[in-house]
Design a protein around this ligand. Structure first.
Ligand code: ADP
Ligand code: MG
Length: 698
């Protein structure tokens, strides 16, 4: 490690009140004492007065100062929920909504789901009694569908506003509008210490309330040379910190579930081998799909003598605060959605810092990560990239999600809310013009809008389903092909995407065999259907999952999602029916939704049908070896190449059947019908992809 003496986070705004991590005694202090110790507490009265005086208030405060957990409680105590009125607090991430609601319920001594609850997609933990509602920003957006003036809410707090998610940005426009004709509605925009002036300007110069934070200095270390394999580097670094550094917990930032699980497994494996040579290391993951009991474990105090390492997605950057973190490990990678408005192609990207900077992050994010080390005492942040990369490759400005994602979903929602003139919608930062046009065009192709850009009956139904327009369309189409049972399963399995199969390092061969045993001709969607069907036949057994290397948790979630979607079928006038094994019907229904995502095999590999973009089948796909001529994909993931994930073989004639307005027979002709290359990729590059995906790093 090379220390960079200049690279400190900003100096503490207030004098540190004691540099040691919380002791046993402190941890046992009553809930109220903990509440009083938070930086926001001394400002309670002042804050409530400011809220009383102003309709819109921007609240700025360091992460961990108590904005999310305390402010809604203050409002509750102040009587903002009298006469059955509710307080909404939005979170960009589902995990944060769940975890924070659980925390607040505990602080208030109520059962989660009673006075305090959360509402996230496919999971509603609220009741008639719930007055403090933590919810994802997407869920509040959907509230506008049933209650366009949010009449039952007295306060709306848009939290983590600095994240600038698509849904948060759309909320800004809608809430600003509602606030105009509901003068009694209070609007709070809470943010980490970024961007607050912009929010103020947007809300007609609303005042900014600043909560001074506490921060201890953080020493920053960089690697001397770029790391080739950052996952391995992370694991080694964690162990190094564990062995050489004084007490204090470790926080590691990785990009997603697969990576986090791989890292945790590697860590546990090495600790096991080191046995009693090292002190106990508790390895705890945290990511969006982790069940809540597992999530809660990251907050439990570390037993004396042991050390905790929390392996997290960037949720731990600002949404969650874990006490006791002294060391932060930042590999400088991130999973990002990126969008090309020229081609309308969206992909998920895991890229190193140098490329990553192009899409979003910035120094701000790296500094947020570092800042997590200095909450309770002086900390250390180890960056798995070079000081040069930090200085030269990070961009300083954030590109809000609205400018790098497809807008089909929100355009459909806004149209359902009766907002037709999207070009003049009050955006904090407007999306690119082409992206809006493409969204309209796509919704037109899906039959959700007519040629005047008005919502059709089918579009109204699509908006009812809390899924992407293409997925909604697929579900609606299952009526025509009489296969809604199967399509619901496919839809549910797609929404727990990529976390179905389990591949423990010591049983790779068994796990791979188990996976291949589920393969069915036709492609990955049918494989997912097959897994679910067999699981259902086993009586939804966890033992069955264990034996087949399938993740029980993911399956349970798929079952929940499926049930919820099934409950909505009636509203969208789709009857329950089964294809009785005629999978062509299932495949056609999927094609009816995903005809936008098609590719054909050419002499030079796969090209998307419309945009002629080069794409590749993901090495995990059941069709990787087969290389069918025509296919559709669920999503694109960009690493070194554009990989299609969840691939289904189709026939070109189906495209004319399901989307005659979109495809012309001519463009579906096959000029070279024979002599297709059997395989495009050699074995060597396949191994390389797998390495790059970092799924199976030994
Ligand atoms: P902010 O929103 O300003 O970042 P929070 O209200 O989230 O701050 O956090 C305030 C305090 O509550 C922090 O010290 C944090 O550790 C604690 N906290 C938040 N959520 C939980 C939880 N689920 N379990 C335990 N402690 C929590
Ligand atoms: Mg917060």
């Amino acid at each position: 490690w090379k220390a960079d003496p200049e690279a400190h986070t900003p100096p503490p705004l207030q004098e540190p009140s004691g540099p040691s991590p919380p002791s046993q005694a402190q941890q046992k202090e009553s809930v109220q004492a903990v509440r009083r110790s938070l930086p926001v507490f001394p400002f309670r009265e002042e804050l409530l007065a400011a809220i009383a005086d102003h309709q819109v208030l921007i609240i700025e405060g360091e992460t961990g100062s108590g904005k999310t957990t305390q402010i809604p409680q203050y409002l509750f105590e102040e009587g903002y929920t009298k006469k059955g009125m509710k307080i909404a607090c939005t979170q960009p991430r589902r995990v944060a909504a769940m975890s924070v609601a659980a925390r607040v319920a505990r602080e208030m001594g109520v059962k989660l789901g009673n006075e305090v609850g959360y509402s996230i997609r496919f999971e509603d933990c609220t009741s008639e009694r719930t007055v403090l509602r933590y919810m994802t920003d997407g869920m509040l957006l959907r509230e506008f569908l049933s209650e366009p003036d949010l009449a039952s809410y007295s306060v709306v707090m848009v939290d983590e506003a600095h994240e600038r998610t698509l849904h948060t940005d759309i909320l800004f426009g809608l809430i600003k509008d509602v606030a105009r004709f509901r003068p009694e509605l209070k609007v709070l925009v809470a943010s980490a210490t970024l961007d607050t002036a912009r929010f103020s300007t947007f809300f007609d110069d609303a005042p900014v309330f600043r909560i001074p934070g506490r921060r201890f200095p953080v020493d920053i270390f960089y690697t001397k040379a770029p790391e080739a394999d950052y996952l391995e580097a992370c694991v080694v670094s964690v162990l190094q910190i564990h062995v050489t550094q004084p007490p204090g917990d470790i926080l590691v930032f990785l990009t997603g579930q697969e990576e986090i699980e791989a890292a945790c497994e590697m860590l546990q494996d090495r600790c096991r081998r080191l046995g009693s040579k090292i002190r106990e290391l508790l390895v705890l993951p945290i990511y969006a799909n982790l069940p809540s009991d597992m999530q809660a474990r990251i907050f439990q105090p570390t037993p004396p003598g042991a050390r905790k390492v929390v392996v997290a997605t960037n949720i731990a950057e600002t949404s969650l605060t874990i006490e006791g973190i002294i060391y932060v490990l930042d590999p400088g990678f991130c999973k990002q959605k990126s969008y090309n408005p020229r081609t309308g192609m969206e992909s998920l990207t895991v890229t190193p810092l140098s490329l990553w900077g192009r899409f979003e992050t910035q120094e701000a994010s790296a500094n947020q990560r570092a800042g997590r080390a200095g909450r309770v005492a002086a900390g250390k942040c180890f960056r798995l990239y070079t000081a040069w990369a930090y200085q030269h490759e990070l961009e300083e400005t954030t590109v809000p999600e609205i400018q790098r994602t497809s807008l089909g979903n929100v355009v459909l929602l806004l149209k359902s809310l009766g907002i037709h003139d999207l070009m003049h919608f009050d955006f904090l930062d407007p999306p690119p013009y082409e992206t809006l046009l493409l969204a309209l065009e796509q919704l037109y192709a899906l039959g959700a809008l007519n040629h005047l850009g008005e919502l059709t009956t089918s579009g109204r139904k699509m908006a009812e389903l809390p899924v992407d327009p293409m997925l909604s369309k697929m579900i609606l189409a299952s009526e025509k092909y009489s296969c809604s049972e199967e399509i619901l399963t496919v839809a549910a399995m797609l929404s727990v995407n990529n976390s179905i199969f389990y591949r423990p390092k010591d049983k790779v061969v068994h796990a791979d065999n188990a996976r291949v045993n589920f393969f069915l001709p036709g492609g990955d969607h049918l494989v997912l259907l097959n897994v679910y069907t067999q699981w259902a036949e086993s009586g939804y057994s966890s033992q069955w999952c264990y034996e087949n290397f399938v993740q029980f948790r993911s399956m349970r979630r798929a079952r929940d999602v499926r049930e919820q979607l099934e409950g909505l079928l009636e509203r969208v006038e789709v009857g329950l029916s089964s294809c009785q094994g005629d999978y062509i019907r299932v495949r056609k229904a999927i094609t009816a939704g995903y005809f936008y995502h098609t590719a054909r095999l050419t002499r030079s590999g796969y090209r998307t049908v419309k945009q002629q973009q080069t794409v590749f089948i993901h090495p995990n796909s059941s069709l990787f070896e087969e290389q069918p001529r025509w296919l559709l994909y669920h999503e694109l993931v960009l690493t070194t190449k554009e990989f299609m994930r969840q691939v289904l073989e189709i026939e070109s004639s189906w495209l004319l059947e399901v989307a005659p307005h979109y495809y012309k027979a001519k463009e579906l002709e096959d000029p070279h019908s024979k002599k297709m290359p059997k395989k495009i990729e050699g074995e060597a590059s396949r191994t390389q992809h797998q390495l790059l995906f970092l799924l199976y790093v030994i």
